[in-house]
Design a binder for this molecule. Structure first.
Ligand SMILES: [Zn+2]
Length: 350
């Protein structure tokens, strides 16, 4: 198939009328043509940190909603399901994600349970984390919440980080409020991102250490207003994420909304698109196309470059959403967990 429109080349910072030839799910060629078009073609959006579980949906249903807004990929920590179902839960997320044309990129949860004071349903030890990291579907070690453990070089924490480093997989951070020398020690331990910054000075500390900052705007935490101005100065170190995205808010919009808000603030379009499309793919080495010859044919067609209203979404050359409608079929969910209500206890309480 081929498709024509105004092609947005984010890296070169140019927009030109062109034709894209797609063959076997890949971009075979892109050529400049004569003509004028009312629509734009650009790489799809990636949510660089979102717990699929917070949408209350299984991955295949999350994908059905996300593609409508031009999202083609997520970087996702299956931390919540791991806390309940352990390794089986993580396997479920990977398996169910594969049933739909969408690019889920799961991490190995680093902190299950999150603290020793938690009554979790399961725990993942160093061996479990190592086993997960060896899987090709697992792209990174996910949010290292135990930052005191990193600062005090807790042996188990260090072993998990080293396991990821041996495999060349990035280690995600989670260090709210960490500044100065402590932030430096955390970054020196090999942790390359943080999505927990809630003030610009804190994010600046981490950016100056070379860390990537994920600007988070989800159903729970909202840091967009505090951090967005940093994108002008650090366009290669910033990404967009939701962290937690409830189903009603996923239905309303996704990373496309953050792009529109950034445009409204007067931030340069190409810097915005670096954060929304390019930076996550490069940092996590994702198998997501960036509109180059030979890439997977993952791209979107939008009406304009200020509201990013999505006309079409393509993943591996397949049309997966059009004019607000998902074209991904619902899948049979399978069951990994049941609520087990003890009738005697309930009767007692009533
Ligand atoms: Zn998170």
């Amino acid at each position: 198939m081929n498709i024509e429109g105004n092609i947005v080349d984010i890296e070169a910072g140019i927009i030109y009328p062109g034709r894209i030839m797609v063959k076997n799910g890949l971009i075979e060629s892109i050529e400049a043509i004569e003509g004028s078009f009312g629509h734009f073609i650009l790489p799809g959006f990636t949510d660089s940190h979102v717990h699929i579980e917070s949408s209350m949906l299984i991955p295949s249903e999350f994908a059905r909603l996300a593609v409508v807004h031009g999202t083609v990929a997520t970087v996702s920590d299956p931390h919540e399901i791991a806390n309940v179902c352990g390794m089986e839960g993580v396997e479920y997320m990977i398996g169910n994600g594969k049933t739909v044309p969408f690019k889920f990129n799961f991490g190995a949860p680093s902190c299950v349970p999150a603290t020793s004071f938690e009554t979790a349903g399961a725990a993942l030890d160093v061996d479990d984390v190592q086993r997960l990291l060896q899987k090709p579907e697992i792209k990174y070690l996910s949010e290292m919440m135990n930052f005191p453990g990193v600062l005090h070089k807790d042996p188990e924490v260090m072993q998990k980080i080293q396991a990821a480093q041996r495999l060349g997989k990035p280690v995600d951070g989670h260090a709210p409020g960490l500044r100065g020398n402590e932030a430096r020690a955390y970054s020196n331990a090999g942790i390359s991102t943080d999505h927990e910054c809630f003030t610009a000075p804190e994010a600046l500390d981490k950016l100056n250490l070379g860390m990537k900052i994920l600007i988070r705007e989800g159903s729970a935490a909202k840091n967009f207003e505090a951090l967005i101005e940093l994108l002008s100065e650090y366009p290669d170190q910033i990404m967009f994420c939701s962290d937690d995205k409830h189903p009603d808010s996923l239905e309303a919009g996704h990373i496309n909304q953050l792009c529109a808000r950034a445009v409204e603030k007067g931030i340069d379009l190409f810097r915005i698109l670096k954060a929304a499309c390019l930076n996550p793919v490069k940092h996590y080495q994702l198998d997501v196309g960036l509109l180059k010859e030979g890439d997977a044919a993952d791209f979107i067609v939008v009406k304009d470059l200020d509201h990013f209203e999505v006309i079409q979404t393509y993943i591996n050359g397949q049309l997966v959403a059009e004019n607000g409608q998902t074209l991904i079929e619902s899948q049979h969910p399978g069951i990994v967990n049941n609520f087990d209500c003890a009738p005697n206890l309930l009767r007692h309480l009533l």
